[in-house]
Design a protein around this ligand. Structure first.
Ligand code: SAH
Ligand code: SF4
Length: 370
């Protein structure tokens, strides 16, 4: 049975029909939970007593609580969220500040407050086993439900600073979102619903290590509107397979074909994530190979100097190497940006959460138009 938090208005309509309640109440219940973040039926003042009592029986419990809350000097907040079975995942809130995270859409009116990006998790651990990633090293502990995935946003919405607004969501926390497709796609539908959290599709980015069938499914199910980020990292099969075992199953040539088939709306670009690992994928010849792979594609590259992971010998290259790699990609006509970690004064390194980090444009050139 669907958890109450993961029911869409149409699911509530079915539930309410069973309870002998009128259909229009479905939108009301959904709004209380998703738009207003209210889980206590007694506070749902426009519902009749009888229905409130029935909802109370249904058990509208929060799915998670904040077990740890850290705040960096730059305003970044890192959360450890503990779920019903005691398992925990991480989520990060990144305000777009003076040095802040990118706002993928832009154009905010000043009175809107600072836009905040939340990085959310989809699994406890991850089965993909990428060798540079802390989540991968631990293996998959369990999937998260759609209710748990969106609950991270309820928590985040409540913690943004006064005047700020939760605007963007990136699926770049723990886990491989497309390895938990059903829950993730339901969470997306919940997030996009105008009676609920009401996120715009352009403001939500799903990051994947490259699960080809699910990339196609996501494209079909959401008409290409969900922003896609691909963890490419290495521009040839042999070395990519060594770093990212998923490449053995879905090699680069097939992945690139799948990306070209993604029904991207006009003027949108796929994000290519490229974690720079010292001495592994950071040579200018790699930048050239990457540029070749992306030829004619509507894409932009985010370079991420690898965030060191405890007990892992891999690490980031020196800054000069990052810069040279960045410049070479621009010279080859590829829009490229370097992302750096935000919240540096927060302890505890987490492999992939670095990605939610600050994004810094080093130099702007006219992007390539496909
Ligand atoms: N599983 C998905 C999304 C979560 S990881 C994916 O792999 O795309 C989010 C991003 O962080 C990915 O691009 C991932 O490769 C990157 N990442 C993981 N560990 C990292 C590390 N130690 N340093 C830098 N980036 C890392
Ligand atoms: Fe999983 Fe992404 Fe980490 Fe790879 S990088 S192990 S896919 S979370």
């Amino acid at each position: 049975m669907l958890h109450p938090i993961e029911r869409l208005p149409e699911d509530w309509a079915e539930t309410l029909a069973r309870w002998g309640e009128p259909r229009y109440r479905a939108a009301q219940v959904f709004k209380w939970i998703h738009a207003r973040g209210v889980l206590d039926p007694d506070a749902m003042t426009d519902l009749p007593k009888r229905l409130r009592a029935r909802l109370a029986e249904e058990g509208l419990q929060p799915t998670m609580e904040v077990a740890l809350h850290q705040r960096a000097e730059d305003g970044t907040q890192k959360l450890l969220l503990q779920m019903g079975d005691g398992r925990a995942v991480e989520s990060v809130l990144i305000p777009q500040g003076s040095s802040g995270a990118e706002d993928p859409v832009g154009g905010d009116e000043p009175e809107d407050g600072r836009p905040v990006t939340q990085c959310i998790s989809t699994q406890v651990g991850c089965a993909m086993g990428c060798v540079f990633c802390a989540s991968g090293m631990a293996g998959l502990k369990r999937q998260m439900s759609a209710a748990e995935i969106v609950s991270q946003l309820f928590v985040g919405r409540g913690l943004v600073d006064e005047g700020d607004r939760l605007r963007n969501v990136v699926f770049m926390g723990m886990g491989e979102p497309l390895h938990n497709y059903d829950a993730v796609s339901r969470a997306l539908r919940l997030m996009f619903h105008p009676d609920g959290l009401g996120f715009g599709t352009r403001r939500v980015t799903v990051s994947t290590s490259g699960l080809i069938p699910e990339i196609a499914r996501l494209g079909e199910d959401f008409g290409g509107k969900v922003q896609l980020a691909i963890s490419l990292h290495v521009p040839d099969d042999e070395r990519r397979s060594a770093l990212m075992p998923i490449n053995r199953r879905y090699p680069l040539s097939d992945l690139m074909k799948a990306l070209r088939r993604y029904p991207l709306p006009k003027r949108r670009r796929i994000t290519i994530e490229y974690t720079l690992v010292a001495g592994y994928n950071d040579e200018l010849a790699d930048a050239d190979r990457l540029a070749d792979l992306l030829k004619g594609m509507s894409a932009k590259v985010n370079l991420i100097p690898m965030n060191p992971v405890p007990d892992n010998p891999l690490g980031p290259p020196p800054w000069s190497v990052v810069e040279a790699f960045h410049d070479r990609l621009w010279d080859r006509g590829v829009s490229t940006f370097v992302r750096r970690r935000k919240g540096d004064d927060i302890a505890a390194a987490c492999g992939q959460l670095v990605l939610a980090g600050e994004k810094k444009k080093i130099r702007v050139k006219v992007p390539v138009v496909s």
